[in-house]
Design a protein around this ligand. Structure first.
Ligand SMILES: [Zn+2]
Length: 488
């Protein structure tokens, strides 16, 4: 009985302490950062973006199937719309159609910065053309949105960077550090053998260039509102991206006619292998950036949510357990396993001599292709499996959150809108930025455009469009970012 009272007493004390701690679990807003106004010609931007969308720069794994005329047209379009960029910066065509512009800084001893964007877009899925509210390559501007393929991924970003450079040059700005604009031509073609970004990075390395920072697509500004509990713009800056590795696992067996089958055919044995692999997932761990994210969200939440999140470190096992059950959340905390392709015998009455399955792993930073192989061997009880490595890309390096570039993005973005909450995060897909690791340690994936989940889901899909209301701030952000990063 006495023990019960002691437990109740301690619990009560814990609750009281939590309630008090939650009052002070609040972030002090840095209200001192005042941003200089930046001149932005929104009307020109909208016209340029709309026209850029009309040029069908569709990439393809097979370079023979690319309409290179469209890329030529796009280059001519850039030349016509951004004359000062073309006059002041040197332009180099790398590979088939990638572009590098260089604005020489006044102090050659300082490392330059690179602004990345890709020129290419994905095609329209056959049969969905008529589902679009406005033609996919119309660039239609209805006053609220600009519509079309590339409106979000990522001609919006590319034109914003060009617009901002044109303005900075017009205003007579002179950077101390060099500014590189690097425009790849086949980002959307995963694992293209002639990857433009890779060629650009090699070109820069050959020139002896080392970069202070790289800024590419990846994150966005996502409004999150939960009644009175939370009202923030989650501003995710991708500091790393997951790797993607494909393995094929096969089981061999005697073939023969299906009229005289053994108890388990090769496919039957393979079923056990699949079960072993799916039931033995990689361990989930909470990376530091996620801890930071939860803490900051907590400190900016309403009181009831703060009461919960002030104890986030204690609740971590519970948070992880919940995240593991939600696929989208699980992908943030562990290497994911997806069994995707399978093959058995070529005909319904033939016993398979071999049955195979292909598994796609999305690796967390720190998990290597070799680790995946070891993981498969450890997980599968059947030791007679054949394991074949198909293709793979290692996860990226983890860029620091105390670099000049990260701090600049955070400061500018949060000063621009007090709701913006900049936190590091992990990018699920592949970006061009990954290829710049040989020339840079501070690589960030962030597009300063506000977009809700509904709009983000239109990327690569039907009705891709960008709200005009978020464009002015985005261009201003780029201008300030370049000024800040290159003034010393
Ligand atoms: Zn993209």
């Amino acid at each position: 009985m006495k023990i019960l009272w002691i437990i109740l007493g301690l619990l009560g004390l814990f609750i009281v302490i939590t309630l008090i701690r939650a009052i002070f679990f609040k972030e002090k807003k840095n209200g001192n950062v005042k941003l200089e106004p930046e001149k932005v010609n929104l009307e020109k931007y909208c016209k340029d973006l709309s026209d850029a969308i009309q040029i069908k720069t569709i990439s393809n794994y097979d370079r023979e199937l690319v309409d290179w005329n469209e890329f030529d047209k796009f280059h001519a379009f850039l030349e016509e719309r951004f004359p000062l960029v073309h006059k002041t910066m040197s332009k180099t065509v790398v590979g088939d159609a990638s572009l590098v512009f260089e604005w020489k800084g006044s102090d050659e001893s300082l490392d330059g910065i690179a602004m990345l964007a890709h020129q290419d877009v994905v095609p329209i899925t056959a049969g969905t053309e008529n589902d679009w509210e406005h033609e996919p390559f119309s660039g239609y501007n209805d006053g609220e949105f600009i519509w079309g393929r590339g409106a979000m991924d990522m001609k919006n970003h590319l034109i914003a960077v060009m617009e901002c450079m044109e303005e900075l040059i017009a205003e007579g700005y002179q950077p101390k550090r060099s500014v590189f604009i690097c425009l790849g031509h086949n980002e959307e073609v995963v694992a293209a053998p002639d990857n433009g970004a890779k060629q650009i990075a090699a070109y820069l390395k050959d020139k002896g260039v080392h970069l202070e920072a790289v800024l590419d697509e990846g994150g966005a500004i996502l409004p999150v509102k939960l009644g009175k509990l939370l009202d923030i713009n989650l501003t995710g800056v991708g500091i790393a991206e997951k790797g993607s590795v494909n393995y094929k696992v096969s089981v061999n067996a005697k073939g023969g006619h299906s009229s005289q089958p053994p108890k388990h055919t090769a496919v039957g044995k393979l079923a056990d292998v699949i079960k072993d692999i799916e039931n033995h997932q990689f361990k989930a761990t909470m990376p530091d950036y996620l801890k930071q994210l939860i803490k900051r969200v907590g400190m900016n939440a309403g009181y009831p949510l703060r009461v919960v999140l002030v104890n986030a470190p204690i609740l971590r096992p519970l948070i992880l357990a919940i995240m593991k059950r939600i696929p989208a959340a699980a992908s943030l905390v562990r290497t994911c396993t997806a069994v995707t392709m399978a093959e058995g015998s070529p005909q319904f009455n033939i016993l398979p001599q071999k049955a195979s399955v292909t598994i796609n792993f999305r690796t967390m930073p720190g998990v290597t292709i070799k680790d995946v192989e070891n993981h498969i061997r450890d997980s599968v009880k059947n030791k007679d499996i054949e394991l074949e490595f198909l293709t793979g890309k290692e996860s990226s390096i983890l860029s620091p959150t105390d670099s000049k570039a990260f701090k600049t993005i955070k400061e500018l973005s949060e000063a621009q809108n007090s709701k913006n909450l900049v936190t590091p995060f992990l990018v699920m897909g592949a970006t061009d930025a990954y290829n710049y690791e040989p020339v840079c340690e501070n690589i960030y994936r962030f597009a300063p455009f506000v977009a809700d989940t509904k709009l983000l889901l239109c990327t690569h899909g039907t009705n891709e469009r960008i709200p005009i209301s978020c464009c002015e701030d985005a261009i201003a952000f780029f201008k300030r970012y370049i000024r800040r990063m290159t003034k010393d």
